[in-house]
Design a protein around this ligand. Sequence first.
Ligand SMILES: [Fe+2]
Length: 373
Amino acid sequence: MNDIAEGPEELTDAQKRTLYRDGFVVLKGVVPKEMTHRARRLANITAGKILNGTMEAPERRNRFMGAETEITDLINKTAMSKILQSTMGPFDPPTHGFSPVLYPVESSDDIGIHGVADRDVPWHGCYLHLDGQWTGPIPQRPDEVDDWHVPGTPHFGDRSAKVIGTNGTPFFQDPACTLSLGSFTTFVGVALSDQSVFGYGNFAVLKGAHHHTAAFIRQQREKGGVIGPEGYGWPRLRQVGDRVGLNYLPAAIAEPFKANARYTPDGAMWLEPTPLLVEEGDTWIALHGVPHSATRNDAGADPRISAYFRLRRHRPDGVPVRGDSDHPDRGWEGEFLAYPEGYDPWKVAIERLCDPWSEWDGMKEVVAAEGKA
Ligand SMILES: [Fe+2]
């Protein structure tokens, strides 16, 4: 498949305004069915091998396939390539994506990393978070926690930038430990199966919260200290009932969205998300700053299959970006990369987190017209 599939080359003005206001936009029917078929078939073949024991399950959730052309072609050989170039700007064609399969499940009593029984988490288990955060084993009970803001129990190793989570994300991005949040420009999804009903394993977002994310990061910068978890207003851990959870979303970003929130018996608040109701071949473009979550496939009859990409607009002197990593300023395994002398990738990352629209060449007019950053 050498040709680029036909399709629109840029977003309409209305779609750009949606992207600006909501932080994401859904594009209907962009990827041809023969390409979703090819990718979905590969995902099912791979999942089948893991289920029948002829292949080892990936160590990390995000490693489920991704380097195959069946997956990367979904961007590189479709209209998405041109749409992203015209909206965002030049970017490295992804060499990797990831394509997790969510089988139908019955909600369970399992306690997740958020510290609440799976069946008790409303909105089909939606646990909103910002990408780029260290995830790993943490204290289980509040009395094990030595410090909610800056925890220092052995779970967190020596708390250096060399500590890597079970999700592959470093505890701190930079050696000086001033940035604890990995980042990129856009999270792109391609629906490979029907997700038109909430409960079919949808990707869900906190619509419009990207404005609050950028404002919050700017506030952290103004206050000084760490950017990300452990910085101003963002304790790394939070108490959830009599348990402990990672604090994936700072209160300052969540607070404006609590109108329709539900509460679990332990008093924890669960914000109402917007599920993406999409069909095979639909895609979406979302900003890094939009809190989001996978949700349970607890109503569907079929596996939910999507392909995801984390892409970044070219940064002068920046390193090549693979397309799947939430910490593209470090290597996939967390290794430190070589940069030209005088280039500070962490400083640039913080600037972009504070001004995300600076990485969207094709959005300048809309951003100026809408009037706020
Ligand atoms: Fe995520």
